[in-house]
Each structure stands twice: as C-alpha cells, then as structure tokens.
Design a protein around this ligand. Sequence first.
Ligand SMILES: Nc1nc2c(ncn2[C@@H]2O[C@H](COP(=O)(O)OP(=O)(O)OP(=O)(O)O)[C@@H](O)[C@H]2O)c(=O)[nH]1
Ligand SMILES: [Mg+2]
Length: 303
Amino acid sequence: MGLLGGLFNQFRKGLKRTQELVLAPMGRLLGLGRLDEAQLQELEDLLLQADLGVRAVDQLLARLRAELKGGADIDPKALLKDELLKLLRRRPARAFLANGTQVVLLVGVNGVGKTTTLGKLAAHLKARGEGVLVVAGDTFRAAAIDQLERWGERAGVPVLRNQMGGDPAAIAFDGAASAQAKGTPWVLIDTAGRLHTKDHLMKELDKIRRSLQKVIPGAPHRVLLVLDATTGQNGLVQAEAFARAAGVTDLVLTKLDGSAKGGVVVPILARLNLPIAFVGVGEGLEDLLPFDAEAFVDGLLDV
Ligand SMILES: Nc1nc2c(ncn2[C@@H]2O[C@H](COP(=O)(O)OP(=O)(O)OP(=O)(O)O)[C@@H](O)[C@H]2O)c(=O)[nH]1
Ligand SMILES: [Mg+2]
C-alpha cells in the first residue's frame, strides 16, 4: 500500500467517532444522484453536527443546490469532496526539515495534549534518523517533568530538565545552547498549559521566545499551538487569542480519535489562518499524522 493509502486508513481510523456518531447516515444521502429539499436539509444537519461550521456548510449546500438546479444528476460525494478540498488546501503546512538547529515550542491551554504530541513528534523525528533534544519547559508540576521523561524514554531521546519551579525561559535557553553546541537538529520544548486570559502566563511565553532568540536568531522556528478536537468549535475563540499572542506558526489538532467533531478542521483553518501541521489520533507513539487534506477528506466521506 502506498503512503497515501496508509495515511487514508489512519485518518479513517482517527475519524471513526465522527463517522459512527454523526456521518454514518450520510452514506445513503451521498449515494443519491438527486437530492430533494428534505434530504438536503438532512445533509446540512449532519455536516453541522460534525462541526464543519455554518459558513462552510452554507457554501457546500449552495454549490449542491446550484448543481441540482442545472437539472443533471450529480454525484454529491464527489462534489462535497471537491469543495472540502478547496477549503482545506488553502494553507498547507511547511515540512519539518532539519536545517541547523531548529527549535520547536509547544503551547496551548491545559490538558490539550502538548506533552503527548511532543513525545510523538520526538519519536517521528528520531525515526527519520535525526537527533532530538527534549526540554522540560513545564516546570510547574513535578508530574509534568516525569511524564516528559517517560516520553523521552519511549522515543529514545534525551530530556533536559531542571528542578520543579525553575525558570522555563532559562531551561529553554540551556536546551537551545546545548543543542546548537552539539549540532543537534531538533530541540522540542514543552510548556505548561495556560489560559490566554492569564496575562502573566502569556508574558512568560514571550520571555521564553526572547531567551531562545538570544541563543539562535530566528528561534523558535516553529511554535505549535495544540488544540483538542473534542472541544470542537468551542475552543476556537480561545485559540484565536492564543494564536495572536504567542507567535504561533502551526496548529496541531489532538484527540481526533475521541471526537465526533472531526469536521472542526474546516472552521479552524478558516478562522485561525494557520496551517494544521499534525493531527493526533491516539495515545501511542505512532498516533501523530502529518495533516493531509486529501486523506482527511477521504476518511471523512468514507461513509
Ligand atoms: N485519544 C487521544 N488522547 C490523547 C491524544 N493526545 C493526547 N491525549 C491524551 O490527553 C491527555 C492529556 O495529554 P497531555 O499531553 O498530558 O496534555 P498537556 O497539554 O501536556 O497537558 P498540561 O501539560 O496539563 O497542560 C492524556 O491522557 C493523553 O494521553 C490523542 O491524539 N488521542
Ligand atoms: Mg503537559
């Protein structure tokens, strides 16, 4: 099986809950060549429940109605796929390519999956044969440092830590300096979960960024905002403020496997104006997928 075929299967697995709980009845509708008004409404409701967002759903339905008016039989599935791809392909993420020492900072609200994503990303880069240093920038809780150390062991990469309560900006600085001195291509920095409304915590992120810049101009090269797919569009306003304040370059959408709102990628991409780099589809080391619009849409519409 080709890479894209493999990715499609993984997305299909990741979108299972969205499928089962919301989109399964769509299969019947999508098999019809002509949809009457009641069926169009039914389709609209299902797409809204999958959290595709009002604007995208309006746009999709408008296209379906326009084509139906033309009189010919249509293929609703092909049409939906086409429209969804247009929406999702607008902002492809830059590849994660080693180029000197690249510093990646993971940020987000509490419990969204930052540490887990960092562990998976470390394993992914390591599997490509590239050196990784993980930095325990969440010095807030002892458990957070231990959790990160376990991920470091699983991924087979070193973890830099200092004592609990230490200054995250200081350890970030040390991590970047050490990686640069050793020629390590990747530095992945974990941070404590924080709400965008907590001003002093947002300022702490800025301090981390400034201290990284002192070591490597241009660092952090990537700032990943981690979002939890189970909160659907409810997390959007929060994320928007977060994205503005923290110099975010990419999004990671976690827990897609536990969410019935897989369609939320559509409003996220529309609203936050940032690419989705990765999607989390489980708690294992391998459960981080590079976001691929086509594999995603195929997984979503495989009903
Ligand atoms: N099913 C599933 N669970 C996930 C995924 N990503 C993370 N989790 C789980 O979500 C929970 C929180 O993950 P963490 O990585 O600790 O989240 P965090 O953002 O680091 O949390 P704080 O540091 O407390 O802010 C854990 O139980 C993870 O196993 C995912 O893609 N799928
Ligand atoms: Mg954490």
